[in-house]
Ligand binder design. Structure first.
Ligand code: PRP
Length: 177
């Protein structure tokens, strides 16, 4: 795909305002309980930073995972595995997974199943952009930033061939014909 232009979908202020609302919802729900917050690298890194800085402690611990799926192009396949696993144990802990985008659902179906098997006390998912119409396996987001139906989006952590992750807003790629 050759990129013709980037068209803004969610602006920087709009994203920051929505992330603040999500953080308020999350703070209200956990109400100061112990919480492990998990960033799904790489895409979620910016959302994760903005969200976690708004979480109320005192008992928030953070950790990172990185997943890979085989045979993929712009979308996941059904075979997902860890490139990097957690360093913390989630057994008996409240766990909040922070993900940039849920598309087919394969990545989160895998991760949430793994954490459930490790006997997390509770398991919830915060996703910035939920592409629910593209779901191939059921995954429910407990906290959703934006619902989007189509388009290849980049920026605010999201990439196309590793580019555009540093942009502070989210854009749709308009390809050349
Ligand atoms: C993207 C995104 C999600 C996943 C969503 O990650 O960050 O993790 O795909 O797709 P799915 O719902 O169809 O599984 P990607 O594998 O591109 O890695 P990245 O976050 O490092 O860019």
């Amino acid at each position: 795909m050759r990129v013709k232009e980037l068209r803004q979908v969610y602006g920087e202020e709009q994203i920051q305002a929505r992330v603040a609302e999500m953080a308020a919802e999350i703070n209200a729900l956990y109400n100061g309980e112990d919480l492990v917050v998990v960033c799904v690298l790489k895409g979620a890194f910016m959302f994760f930073g903005d969200l976690t800085r708004r979480l109320q402690g005192p008992q928030v611990e953070i950790d990172f995972v990185r997943l890979t799926s085989y045979g993929r192009s712009a979308a996941s396949s059904g075979t997902v595995s860890f490139v990097k696993d957690l360093e913390l144990s989630v057994a008996g802990r409240h766990v909040l997974v922070v993900e940039d985008i849920v598309d087919t659902g394969y990545s989160m179906e895998f991760l949430l199943r793994q954490f459930a098997a490790r006997e997390a006390k509770s398991l919830r998912l915060a996703v910035l952009v939920d592409k629910q119409e593209r779901r191939e396996v059921p995954v429910h987001a407990d906290f959703t930033g934006f619902a989007l139906s189509g388009g290849f989006i980049v920026g605010y952590g999201l990439d196309y061939a590793e580019r555009y992750r540093e942009l502070p807003a989210i854009f749709e790629i308009i390809p050349e014909d």
